[in-house]
Design a protein around this ligand. Structure first.
Ligand code: GLN
Length: 209
């Protein structure tokens, strides 16, 4: 199974490492593809848009023709997970912002909502279907408005992990921990090839000790 990571900028290698760990330990038959062109996008069954700098990432995916192509694949049902800057890219446009977003997830986010880099923090959150998870927030955005999305986790009363069918968005960085459960959940969505918003999926399929 080919899993793509938008590969221009940001914490790409951390996502690669976590996917490769899952591949080695749990025999998930994953082939990681760094997506930098429409051609490479066409080979993948699911896509991760990593954290980084959303203004830069937006310019690059636009420049290389991926903006419309990712949007199209997302609308067709391909699973997409956006983490932090990646969430900003898949969200709805905030008219005050410099980043144009794909509008795949019906949330509006405020960039850098918790302050500068130095205000980054760790927090234990509780994720529906997963349980306690150590979340790393780095110059994180905040989901300020949301509509018709399933909220999977909150911090300080605000959603930090949401999904809508094939699209999942997180304001934090699961790739910066050793804990692969969120990536595992994402892979299960792809493998089962169906809408996770219908519920009744008994993930995670494995116990992590
Ligand atoms: N503040 C960054 C942005 O707006 C996101 C930070 C991150 O991905 N860690 O793009």
């Amino acid at each position: 199974m080919n899993i793509g990571i938008v590969g221009y900028q940001g914490d790409v290698s951390e996502h690669v490492e976590l996917l490769e760990k899952l591949d080695r330990q749990y025999k998930r038959e994953i082939n990681v593809v760094l997506v930098k062109s429409v051609k490479s996008l066409s080979t993948v069954s699911g896509l991760i848009i990593p954290g980084g700098e959303s203004t830069t990432m937006y310019r690059l995916i636009k420049e290389f023709g991926l903006f419309d192509a990712i949007r199209q694949r997302g609308l067709e049902g391909m699973p997409i997970m956006g983490t932090c800057a990646g969430l900003i890219i898949i969200s709805n446009d905030d008219p005050n912002e410099r980043v144009r977003s794909l509008g795949l997830l019906n949330v509006q986010v405020r960039r850098n909502a918790y302050g500068r880099q130095a205000e980054s923090f760790f927090e234990e959150i509780d994720i529906d279907g997963i349980g306690k998870f150590n979340a790393v927030f780095i110059r994180a955005p905040q989901i300020e408005k949301w509509n018709n999305v399933t909220v999977l986790a909150k911090y300080d009363g605000m959603p930090v992990m949401v999904k809508d069918g094939n699209i999942i968005g997180l304001t934090f960085h699961p790739e910066l921990t050793e804990d692969p459960r969120i990536h595992e959940m994402f892979l299960d969505n792809i493998r089962r090839g169906r809408d996770v918003s219908t519920g009744d999926i008994d993930w995670p399929l494995y116990d992590y000790v």
